[in-house]
Design a protein around this ligand. Structure first.
Ligand code: F6P
Length: 326
């Protein structure tokens, strides 16, 4: 492998709170190790378009507390093509960049893996997604902030649910994964949590609601992940209303408020520690891997293993949540 003198850094896919803290940690550690740092705007699309900027210590000042990503982000379809990746590689060569640090989720690592195999190019990844759906880290950067945002919102909705004797069906993010729904559901005492990892049977759900009603519950919260097989909050509400009209139902889709905002201390610290270790590992010859923290240990997982389908949900937690909400 060629000696690494200059690295490129990009953020890709859905933004997540803590990405800026990760950029800061990567850039400053790299500079401390006498590397040059090139910021690449708009993820893989910026790599294709040559949308580059030099990063210095002061370029990443005052960003640890900011949500979003100063490097901006896209989901590039052009990078999925051989021609797009060729343009990206040519730009890396033209700018003497010897290695890449990519911050993102599942799609980011799939793209990185294809590219590094195609061009034998060193790439190392940081888990930046609110979905927490990557294997090889207990938490992804942004998940804790997103959960806290959801909890704050659901607590507020609970006030109205309780005051007006209503059943709220609240949809949270997670196109293919229910980790946001599960954790926020436990934290808010939701009556039922619906996730893609476990099939949803509306008849069972209605039976549970009838049981709640018979036990004098006059209000409730159902958290549904957007990717749940029920079809989302509107579908769940429609089917409940068709079969059981004891509750006055309302729907809330939390949407992109879950992706923004100032990162929690936990996300800032995780991003900082992983960012530092990523550069140290890269200089130590590691690539094709994602940095993560498991049981407080820093570990590196090959991209092909880190992707979401390898991460299993502890379904027992759904049962516990239901018992605690009885
Ligand atoms: O991958 C993160 C995520 O927030 C998913 O939970 C959600 O389904 C998706 O991004 C939404 O993406 P977009 O902002 O492109 O609509």
């Amino acid at each position: 492998m060629k000696k690494i003198k200059k690295i490129g850094i990009l953020t890709s896919g859905g933004d997540s709170p803590g990405m800026n803290a990760a950029i800061r940690a990567v850039a400053r550690t790299a500079i401390h190790q006498n590397l040059e740092v090139c910021g690449i705007y708009r993820g893989y699309q910026g790599l294709i378009n040559g949308d580059f900027t030099s990063l210095h210590s002061r370029s990443v000042s005052n960003i640890i507390q900011r949500g979003g990503t100063i490097l901006k982000s896209t989901r590039s379809t052009e990078f999925m093509s051989v021609e797009g990746r060729k343009k990206a590689y040519d730009n890396l060569m033209k700018n003497n960049i010897n290695a890449l640090v990519v911050i993102g989720g599942d799609g980011t690592f799939r793209g990185a893996n294809i590219f590094r195999i195609e061009y034998d190019f060193p790439i190392i990844g940081l888990p930046g997604t609110i979905d927490n759906d990557l294997y090889g880290t207990d938490f992804t950067i942004g998940y804790d902030t997103a959960i806290n945002t959801v909890v704050e919102a659901v607590d507020k909705i609970r006030d109205t649910a309780d005051s007006h004797d209503r059943l709220f069906i609240i949809e949270v993010m997670g196109r293919d994964a229910g980790f946001i729904a599960l954790r926020s559901g436990i934290a808010t005492g939701a009556e039922k949590i619906l996730v893609p990892e476990s099939p949803t049977y509306i008849n069972n759900l209605i039976r549970l609601l009838q049981h709640d009603w018979s036990k004098n519950k006059t209000s409730g919260i159902i958290i549904v992940a957007e990717g749940d097989d029920s079809g989302g909050a509107f579908e769940v509400a429609r089917k409940i209303n068709e079969n059981f009209d004891f509750f006055d139902t309302r729907i809330t889709i939390l949407g992109h408020i879950q992706r923004g905002g100032s990162p929690t201390a936990m996300d800032r610290v995780l991003a900082s520690i992983l960012g530092y270790n990523t550069i140290i590992a890269l200089l130590d010859g590691q690539h094709g891997v994602m940095a993560g923290q498991v049981n407080k240990e820093i570990i590196f997982t090959p991209f092909e293993k880190s992707i979401k389908h390898n991460r299993k949900m502890n379904l027992k937690l759904l049962e516990i949540a239901r018992i605690l909400a009885l």
